[in-house]
Design a protein around this ligand. Structure first.
Ligand SMILES: NC(=O)c1ccc[n+]([C@@H]2O[C@H](COP(=O)([O-])OP(=O)(O)OC[C@H]3O[C@@H](n4cnc5c(N)ncnc54)[C@H](O)[C@@H]3O)[C@@H](O)[C@H]2O)c1
Length: 431
């Protein structure tokens, strides 16, 4: 496994391509988006991921090439890392990218090439969508599903540390895929089928969704009881030998906002309607809406009518830690739907999302200091580590009075906020 094509050079494909090239594999990267390829070819990644720019520069033109066409150079394996979104209205999976990528590999590569699906797919999709494209042109196929399970922001490290689950069409495919990933990670976990590997990826993410959803449900109940959800969660977890409760927080990103729908759809097609998966997703999708409504209610209580208020929104990426520029499934998107119903002046800031993106959302981009000055309310949406390091006394002094600080992740010093006078402090399910 010395020569590998990587199809789709987004978050999953680019990190894999760089990581493999660094391990001495010759990698032919292919993306159908010429803009992506043009940026990468000059050594400038089109996305944020710690270490990716340095990694790209290290291997580009040497063991890694990128092109807007799939290379005709012979390869041992082709890894499909294309996007597999769900329809925003129906939540049905859209697998055309995957089908097209498989077709392109079948047209371009030799029939003994190992094809690895790395995109997240509904259970059964590798066999149903990819295999027929290969067998349409090849007498036989070597096919595996090897899920990408890294977290954005630590992907390069995790690619080398996380165990790699590997499922194959047959034993030969599985062993070939295991040999490929053994170049990257010390632990490969072979499983019995393509479908088992597909489902493992989905249950990992749905479990995460579920765990966080319960923390969020605790917060929503605590709000009604007038209790502090963080106090409850912390105290409940101290030296308690059963699974930890999660603290409340938003659950977004391209994977968690989509994968539960992939599992729901697959499971329903197989005749089982899951009880938990849909409820957890629904609750996590409701949370940003709840927070935005609550923010407006608290603003009303604090200042009278929120209309005309100047509001600062901090954190537009889907998460703050580890930092990312990715806005897929970002809580701010659902919040803006609520805020647009009130005549507010919206200012916004993110350390990694470009100011032009904020402008397109109808928000005036600014630095945190500019945003605090003269604002009536501040909503801190992500836990980007830099927000906890802001010069709080100076910023708070510049707010109008009375003011509201809604600190979703409770990263500010609450006492410090209260000490600044005439500022109401709140968080998810709190205050
Ligand atoms: N982002 C992550 O950290 C992550 C983690 C786990 C799993 N995944 C899965 O990996 C897959 C890719 O996710 P991503 O975040 O990298 O998406 P992305 O949108 O960042 O990148 C996908 C890339 O594929 C390219 N592409 C689409 N169809 C193509 C085709 N037919 N031929 C060539 N290129 C094509 C697109 O132009 C794009 O650059 C998805 O299935 C996702 O669920 C992603």
């Amino acid at each position: 496994m010395n020569r590998v094509a990587v199809v789709g050079l987004g978050y999953a494909g680019l990190t894999l391509a760089v990581a493999l090239a660094r391990k001495g594999v010759t990698v032919f990267g292919y993306d159908r988006d010429p803009g992506v390829v043009a940026a990468l070819a000059t050594g400038r990644p089109h996305l944020f991921e710690p270490g990716i720019e340095e990694g790209l520069r290290e291997v580009l033109g040497d063991r890694l090439s990128v092109a807007a066409e799939l290379s005709r150079e012979p390869v041992d394996a082709a890894v499909l890392c294309v996007s597999t979104p769900v329809n925003s209205e129906t939540h049905q999976p859209e697998l055309e990218n995957l089908r097209a990528a498989a077709r392109r590999v079948a047209e371009t590569c030799a029939p003994d090439t190992l094809v690895v699906v790395r995109s997240t797919v509904p259970v059964g999709a590798t066999r149903r969508v990819v295999l027929p494209e290969l067998l349409g042109r090849w007498p036989r196929a070597r096919l595996a599903f090897c899920p990408e399970r890294t977290i954005q922001g630590q992907a390069l490290r995790e690619l080398e540390e996380l165990p790699q689950v590997v499922g194959g069409l047959d034993r030969e495919s599985r062993e070939a895929a295991a040999a490929l990933f053994a170049r990257l990670t010390p632990r490969v976990v072979p499983v019995s089928s393509l479908e088992a590997a597909e489902m493992i990826k989905l249950i990992n993410n749905c479990h995460t969704d579920l765990i966080y959803a319960f923390g969020n449900e605790v917060a929503l109940m605590a709000e009604r009881f007038g209790l502090d959800p963080l106090e409850l969660v912390h105290a409940a977890n101290i030296d308690y030998p059963r699974p930890d409760l999660s603290r409340p927080g938003f659950v977004g990103g391209s994977c968690l906002s989509k994968d539960p729908y992939l599992l729901l759809g697959s499971s329903r097609s197989a005749g089982y309607d899951p009880w938990l998966v849909e409820q957890a997703r629904g609750l996590n999708e409701h949370l940003p809406i709840h927070v935005a409504r609550r923010f407006l209610d608290l603003l009303r209580e604090t200042r009278g009518e929120p209309a005309g208020s100047r509001i600062l929104l901090l954190g537009f990426a889907y998460k703050g830690a580890p930092p990312t520029d990715d806005m897929r499934g970002a809580p701010v998107l659902a919040m803006l739907e609520v805020f647009r119903t009130a005549p507010l002046t919206l200012l916004g800031h993110d350390y990694l999302v470009a100011p032009e993106v904020l402008k397109r959302l109808g928000v005036t981009p600014c630095r945190p200091e500019e945003g605090f000055a003269g604002s009536d309310g501040v909503l801190i949406i992500t836990n980007h580590p830099e927000y906890a390091k802001l010069d709080l006394p100076r910023l708070l002094a510049s707010l109008r009075r009375p003011a509201l600080i809604y600190d979703c992740w409770r990263i500010l010093d609450e006492e410090g906020v209260r000490a600044a006078g005439q500022i109401r402090y709140a968080g998810i399910g709190y205050g």
